[in-house]
Design a protein around this ligand. Structure first.
Ligand code: MLT
Length: 276
C-alpha cells in the first residue's frame, strides 16, 4: 500500500485548497487500469480482479476519499471531488491514459472522470451502476442513512444494506464472503460515508452525456442486482455506441465479489480485444 497527498485548488478561482491523503495499491506492468470501489467499501473489494489483471496490466486500486485507509474529509465529497482526486493521483503516477473501472459509486466517479477528462480515458468499465441522478425519494433516503451512519454507526448501515447488496443464496450459503463485505462496511468511517452519501445525492444526471462516451466501454451487471438493476445497464448499453453488456448470472450488486470468475473473464476478454 502506498499513500499520496493530493493538494490542489478546489475551484478554478483557486479560492480553496484541497489536501487529502489517498491510499492505493499499484501492481503489475502493462497498460494501466484504475479500479474504483463502491460505497461504503474500499480497494480490497478488487482483490480477485487485481490478481487476475496484474500479469498483463498495471493495476491501480485506490481508496476513494473518506474510505478505507484514505483520509476522511467532512462535509460533502462530490463525485467530481473524487474524480479530481484520482486525476491528481494518476498525474503523480505518470499515467496519462487509463482504462477506468468503477462499481456502483465507483461507476458514478468513472462517469464524472469521463466527463471532465475525456482524453485521459482509453476504456471504460461500468459495473453495477447507473447514469441517472438520484430521485427526490432517493435523496430523502440518503438523508436518513446519513443520520443512521453518524448516530448508530456503520454496523447499522451494513445490517440494512447487506440483504440488498447480495443474493439470498450468498446471504445463506457464503458466510465468509458476507463477513468480508460486512467488515469493509463496518471499518468505513461514518463521517466518510456521510460525506459520500451527500456527494452521491448531488451527483449530475449523465443520461444524455453517456452517448458522448467514445472510448470502448464494457457494462457489467449482476442479473439479480436490486440496487442498480439490469435495466440501468441496458439503458447505457443502448446509449453508448459499440458498448458491450455482460450480465453476470447468479450475482447481485457486488458482482465482482459474488461471481469473480465470470466477472474477470468478461473483463479480461474486453481488455484483450481493445489492447490488440
Ligand atoms: C454503491 O454500491 O456504491 C452504492 O450503493 C451506490 C448508491 O448508493 O447509489
Amino acid at each position: 500500500m502506498s499513500k499520496f497527498t493530493i493538494e490542489r485548488e478546489s475551484d478554478p478561482a483557486g479560492e480553496a485548497t484541497v489536501r487529502a491523503e489517498l491510499a492505493f495499491d499499484d501492481e503489475g506492468s502493462g497498460p494501466a487500469i484504475l479500479l474504483l470501489h463502491g460505497y461504503p467499501f474500499n480497494r480490497t473489494m478488487w482483490r480477485e480482479q487485481v490478481d487476475a489483471l496484474k500479469r498483463l496490466h498495471r493495476v491501480v486500486a485506490v481508496d476513494l476519499r473518506g474510505h478505507g485507509e484514505s483520509e476522511v474529509t467532512d462535509g460533502v465529497v462530490t463525485m467530481e471531488d473524487m474524480a479530481r482526486d484520482i486525476k491528481a493521483l494518476l498525474d503523480r503516477l505518470g499515467i496519462n491514459r487509463v482504462a477506468i473501472a468503477g462499481l456502483s459509486m465507483g461507476g458514478y466517479v468513472a462517469l464524472e472522470f469521463c466527463h471532465i477528462f475525456p482524453t485521459s480515458v482509453r476504456a471504460v468499465i461500468l459495473a453495477d451502476t447507473r447514469a441517472q441522478a438520484d430521485t427526490e425519494e432517493a435523496k430523502a433516503n440518503r438523508a436518513v442513512r446519513i443520520e443512521k451512519a453518524l448516530h448508530e454507526g456503520m454496523a447499522a448501515i451494513a445490517d440494512a444494506m447487506l440483504p440488498k447488496l447480495l443474493t439470498p443464496e450468498t446471504m445463506s450459503h457464503r458466510p465468509e464472503l458476507v463477513e468480508r463485505i460486512r467488515k469493509m462496511m463496518t471499518t468505513t468511517s461514518p463521517r466518510g460515508a456521510a460525506a459520500a452519501l451527500r456527494g452521491m445525492a448531488r451527483r449530475q444526471d449523465f443520461r444524455s452525456f453517456v452517448s458522448r462516451i467514445l472510448a470502448p466501454t464494457l457494462l457489467l451487471v449482476g442479473r439479480l442486482d436490486q440496487i442498480t438493476p439490469v435495466e440501468d445497464s441496458e439503458f447505457m448499453h443502448r446509449e453508448i455506441g459499440g458498448s458491450r453488456l455482460e450480465i453476470i448470472q447468479g450475482a447481485g450488486h457486488v458482482s465482482n465479489l459474488e461471481r469473480p470468475q465470470q466477472f474477470n473473464k468478461a473483463l479480461l476478454s474486453f481488455l484483450s480485444e481493445i489492447e490488440v
